[in-house]
Design a protein around this ligand. Structure first.
Ligand code: SF4
Length: 329
């Protein structure tokens, strides 16, 4: 608890989230960067200790974010991942509503070519205007990471998530209608206290009915400082393991089926690097694939690469587990 209290004090200082110090080392490829716009979280999901560890929401100024954005571009970064626990909560700690949309519009005034990836939006904060903005500019990756955690109303309520199954279904329909090529990533949790077979089956049905392009499945972990720590009806580890296996295996089958349908399609692919085992292959991604967390596009004719960290057209020719194999034009 002492550590948690100390960190709470630390996070009140804006320098902790890089308000006026952009002097950081980019540890992955030089063309990819992560730009944190806020830290902490003021929501209260029952399973989560982030608000206790990182404190309540604290947001950087728009000026500082835009300055860092421009600096990253001038240093050759092509893909900038804006990150926060919930981007759409940006500046609510200053009682500013819809500030993220304003920030996004101001970022889009920068004339350069780039990919902007939006990492983490809580489902109930997504508005029509936000969706339209994503659809309106080709530099915003047609990709959203929307952590859902569950789909059963009973479990969502116990998790203290401020959304419902009906709202999530309608959001997914709207996203797919307005942005047909959008990739959706989410995380789902199995084994939350009191989760029944019926609740779990709702998760299974959900991924069948509402395709998830990239899915992270987690087993509930009973964290000491989380509100759900003392919830009754904790689920046995064996059952969590079984549900984890069933959900991940089903997702794998669904992804393989969908990937086969991509064969023959030409995509803009950002070439990240050579394959770690052979320079005859290279690793790239479409806008629909986040770096290091999602599948990749494996390029099989590396002699055609013009530059790393840039996009080129590539035709999907095959699939390999979760990945796609492509040939550069
Ligand atoms: S799960 Fe996400 S939204 Fe919920 S409390 Fe934790 S950080 Fe906040």
């Amino acid at each position: 608890l002492e550590v948690i209290e100390t960190r709470r004090v630390l996070v009140k200082n804006l320098s902790y989230i890089g308000e006026d110090n952009f002097d950081r080392v980019i540890t992955n490829h030089q063309h990819i960067a992560y730009l944190k716009i806020s830290e902490g979280c003021s929501k209260a999901c029952a399973f989560c200790i982030i608000p206790k560890i990182k404190g309540s929401l604290i947001s950087r100024s728009e000026k500082s974010i835009i300055e860092e954005f421009k600096l990253l571009l001038s240093n050759g970064v092509f893909e900038i991942n804006l990150i926060a626990q919930d981007l759409l909560d940006y500046a609510k700690d200053r009682n500013e509503n819809f500030a993220f949309l304003k920030l996004l519009k101001n970022i889009l005034k920068i004339k350069n070519d780039f990919w902007l990836r939006l990492l983490y939006v809580y489902p109930d904060e997504i508005t029509d205007e936000f969706i339209d903005l994503i659809a309106s500019d080709k530099r915003i990756c047609k990709y959203l990471d929307i952590p859902l955690q569950h789909i059963s109303d009973r479990i969502l309520k116990k998790m203290k998530r401020k959304t419902s199954q009906k709202k999530i279904f309608s959001l997914f329909e709207k996203l797919r209608n307005k942005i047909p090529d959008i990739s959706i990533r989410t995380s789902l949790m199995v084994g939350f206290p009191s989760e029944t077979n019926e609740d779990f089956n709702e998760l299974l049905k959900f991924i069948e009915d509402y395709p998830i392009d990239h899915l992270a499945v987690f087993k509930y972990s009973n964290e000491k400082f989380a509100p759900s720590y003392n919830y009754p009806d904790q689920i046995e580890e064996k059952i969590k393991d079984e549900r984890f296996e069933i959900l991940t295996n089903r997702q794998f089958e669904l992804v393989q089926k969908r990937n086969k349908k991509l064969i023959g399609k030409t995509l803009d692919v950002l070439i990240d690097s050579y394959n770690s085992e052979s320079n005859l292959l290279a690793m790239g991604r479409s806008q629909g694939q986040g770096y290091n967390v999602d599948s990749n596009i494996i390029i099989n004719n590396t002699k055609k690469i013009k530059a790393f960290g840039k996009t080129q057209k590539a035709k999907i020719v095959d699939t390999a587990l979760y990945d796609l194999i492509a040939t550069l034009d």
